[in-house]
Design a protein around this ligand. Structure first.
Ligand SMILES: [Zn+2]
Length: 445
């Protein structure tokens, strides 16, 4: 019977904060937007009514027309509030579904319970979903999120593989190039009540991708609008993104030698940042008025380095957007994988070919070994002996045998090889051949 290992809920939840934080922050933002909009509109209406009552203002000449305009404005407010309410309801639904998914853990006692296998399977799906979205594979993410919802639990594992294959076929090359919705025939529309859809932050990543794409096209407009929407939060973060975007727009004017508009732009948008510790950067940028884009003089040549600067802006926007929504820079898939690899990694891992264990994932060259290269070693209180041939642990039931040349293999592997070779054992390291009787039993201490 399988050993019952107690479930460490705290350990599992340690990686889940961003899973809850993203819809929570979006709900907060939508709520703030609705509140601000209502306050602004109601205050305008109140002052309009007050002016009308006193016979003042633009509506005094034709009060009926002014009242009609107010009614139209109130209808507009109602429509806008309906839209915002639908947005809030969607985020609240996501939050509730995610909390309920995590709450399910409270009823699972052991790691071997079948309920945990089902829960962990769903977790794997959403971790993959998160990874796809972060990498910009939004079409694949939509396929995974919407496709899996139509499968029953019994064929769930097959559905992940099928969808992964479908995603790979749909997107074999690179990141989605167009974040706008694909035709309905290609991508099923997300269903508001479907399971995995509630775990996908598609709106968040679609919006992020749209701004990244604009930056790749050398346009700051979308990113500046985002900075305006998140002004207060970015100030708290001490973000320099807005300044760098403004600086880039100035550099682009200098690049095309539109010197008068560049000067005007600097006066309007850059001077305000001088008090925020950007004086030197502004002075350097202003010197671009004298240096053409063909200059070899530093630092002006670097300031004109278009590719490097636009890539850095996209990376900075991504980092700030993640920070604003409490998203860690590393995806859950990478974080879990690295935690697992670090726990398994030993001083022997990734060494010479003959030292590698055939059952150790960290020893697999080109894949996990590369990922684990910079990771620390796990703290192993007790060491164990692993057979070089079979990868099995050597213990009293399968003791180690030593060849006359001093190399150690498990009894089981030695006997299996000898049975196939007329009682002879061939050392995989030295290629010497021995009789099993020549090998000595080693005692573990
Ligand atoms: Zn290893």
């Amino acid at each position: 019977m399988a050993e019952k290992i107690k479930l460490s809920v705290d350990g599992i939840l340690a990686l889940e904060s961003s899973f809850i934080k993203v819809p929570y922050e979006q709900l907060k933002k939508a709520n703030r937007k609705a509140q601000k909009f209502t306050e602004k509109e109601l205050s305008n209406l109140a002052s309009g009514v007050a002016d009308l009552a006193k016979g003042k203002g633009s509506g005094a000449k034709d009060p009926v027309k002014a009242l009609d305009a107010m009614i139209e404005r109130m209808n507009k407010l109602k429509r806008k509030l309906d839209e915002l309410k639908a947005e809030e309801t969607m985020y609240a639904g996501k939050l509730a579904a995610r909390l309920s998914h995590l709450q399910d853990l409270a009823h699972i006692r052991t790691l071997t319970a079948p309920e945990f296998a089902a829960w962990a399977h769903l977790r794997l799906q959403r971790v993959l979903l998160d990874y796809l979205m972060r990498q910009g594979f939004l079409t694949s993410a939509k396929l995974l999120a919407t496709g899996s919802s139509s499968h029953s639990a019994s064929d769930a594992s097959g559905s992940v593989m099928n969808l992964a294959a479908a995603s790979a076929a749909a997107e074999p090359m690179a990141v989605d190039t167009d974040p706008t919705p694909a035709p309905a025939s290609q991508v099923p529309a997300p269903h508001p009540v479907a399971g995995l859809v509630q775990f996908a932050d598609l709106e968040f990543f679609t919006h992020q991708r749209r701004i990244e794409r604009a930056l790749e096209r050398h346009s700051c407009t979308e990113a500046l609008a985002w900075c305006h929407d998140n002004k207060v939060a970015l100030k708290k973060l001490k973000s320099h993104l807005e300044f760098n975007l403004r600086l880039q727009e100035f550099i682009e004017l200098a690049r095309t030698r539109q010197l008068v508009p560049a000067l005007e732009y600097a006066k309007t948008h850059l001077v305000a940042f001088a008090d925020l510790g950007h004086t030197r950067a502004i002075q350097q940028a202003m010197a671009l008025m004298a240096f053409p884009p063909t200059t070899t003089c530093e630092p002006y040549r670097t300031l004109y380095d278009s590719d490097r600067r636009w890539t850095a802006l996209a990376a900075q926007f991504r980092a700030d957007n993640f920070a604003l929504h409490c998203l860690p820079p590393l995806s859950a898939l990478e974080a879990t994988l690295q935690a697992g690899l670090a726990a398994l990694k030993t001083a022997q891992c990734g060494g010479k070919h003959e030292d590698r264990s055939i059952n150790c994932p960290v020893c697999v060259p080109d894949t996990f070994a590369v990922l684990a290269e910079k990771l620390p070693l796990g703290h192993h209180v007790n060491s164990c002996y692993v057979c070089r041939i079979s990868g099995e642990i050597m213990d009293e039931d399968n003791p180690p045998l030593v060849t006359p040349e001093g190399y150690v293999y498990s009894r089981k592997a030695v006997h299996e090889m000898a049975a196939k070779n007329n009682g002879f054992f061939r050392c995989p390291r030295t290629h010497s051949i021995f009789k099993v009787a020549q090998m000595k039993k080693m005692f573990l201490t």
